[in-house]
Design a protein around this ligand. Structure first.
Ligand code: ADP
Ligand code: MG
Length: 338
């Protein structure tokens, strides 16, 4: 193997609408953002050695990679997850640089995992790459996440959000109008208990699906007839959120930002009341943003229990967060010798 330089970039993402629908096979409307993670290095040898500008300690793994859950430093678990998932036998030596703030709801973990999978030589369709990266991330952190983050990072289209059907794994790019400014506003609240609560929510949704069939398309009457009030409320969120995602994609297509904002607010309320993944801090942040002139809508984004709010605003409005722009998906360049 020649020591050609491999340069991979994988974007972070923000989910405009559609939370806790992906793992139930529903639709989501995320967009890849201009903040991303870049891995540069060379393939070869039997060791994966990576340094990150965000971490003090490097990751050094002999191949075949060990059980990801045993790897230190912890960020190496994503690297090991990728190496194990891909059955990597050829090493990689390089650096990781990232503009995605970790733990802020922009899915830095998926940007990292997608980038490492590609650096290690993963190939395939967008769906195949996303499935591999998701499996790698599950190996790393044990959270049974859906396909949205990885598929968005792989399949992003500049200037577009992506309407993703998480069951069929199809991606339908939807143009984001120039006058739609999307902000990610951190709540300052660290996500707490998010992983265990996530698994618990998912289990209740699966209970509901066993009763009424796939939730995104379930009959509303059947959902309302579910006896257990908690299971019923969780199912109601997934069902109603799925409808809002499709309506939001339509609103974006015709540039109806007021309608998109309204749907985002309804999503937040459903996540708060039916899915119970909001917090007083997130609720207050959303209310404050909605009271800000020029803001069409705002909602918690991601798993909940802290993290970030996504807001839709007119041009010229300045919010206390990141103004994110819709960006292309992951790229791999293989250049000349270093
Ligand atoms: P997010 O919402 O950003 O995905 P997570 O908690 O899922 O938050 O993932 C954050 C973790 O991912 C970090 O603690 C770190 O272990 C890892 N990570 C993400 N980006 C990087 C990076 N550029 N370098 C090293 N580790 C990273
Ligand atoms: Mg993550």
């Amino acid at each position: 193997m020649s020591a050609a330089t491999v340069r991979v970039h994988a974007p972070g993402r923000v989910n405009l609408i559609g939370d806790h629908t992906d793992y139930m096979g529903g639709p989501v409307l995320p967009m890849a953002v201009h903040l991303g993670t870049t891995v540069v290095g060379t393939r070869g040898g039997g060791v994966v050695e990576l340094r990150s500008d965000l971490e003090p300690d490097p990751v050094v793994l002999s191949l075949p990679a060990p059980d990801p859950t045993t790897v230190e430093p912890r960020w190496g678990r994503y690297v090991a997850g990728a190496a194990v998932e891909l059955g990597a036998t050829e090493g990689f030596t390089g650096t990781v640089t990232s503009t995605v703030p970790p733990g802020s709801g922009l899915s830095s973990s998926s940007a990292l995992t997608v980038a490492v999978c590609l650096a290690l030589g993963a190939t395939g369709t967008h769906a195949e790459l996303a499935v591999a990266a998701r499996a790698a991330e599950v190996r790393a952190n044990g959270v049974p996440c859906g396909i949205m983050d990885q598929l968005c990072s792989v399949a992003g289209v500049e200037g577009h959000a992506l309407l993703i059907d998480c069951d069929a794994m199809t991606v339908d790019p939807v143009p984001v109008p120039e006058d739609a400014c999307i902000w990610v506003v951190p709540s300052g609240q660290q996500r707490q208990l998010a992983d265990s609560a996530y698994a618990e929510r998912r289990a209740r949704c699966e209970d509901a699906a066993a009763l009424v069939g796939p939730l995104p398309a379930a009959s509303l009457d059947a959902v309302e007839a579910i006896e257990d009030p908690v299971v019923r409320a969780r199912a109601r969120h997934v069902r109603s959120e799925s409808g809002r995602v499709l309506a939001a994609a339509d609103a974006l297509r015709v540039g109806d930002l007021a309608e998109l904002g309204r749907l985002m607010v309804a999503s937040h309320r459903s996540l708060a009341q039916d899915f119970e993944v909001s917090t007083p801090v997130l609720d207050e942040l959303v209310e404050g943003l909605l009271a800000t002139p020029g803001v069409y809508g705002a909602r918690l984004t991601g798993a909940g229990f802290g993290g970030c709010v996504v807001a839709l605003a007119r041009p010229g409005v300045e919010l206390d967060g990141w103004h994110v722009r819709p960006a292309a998906g992951a790229t791999v360049e293989i250049g000349g010798a270093e």
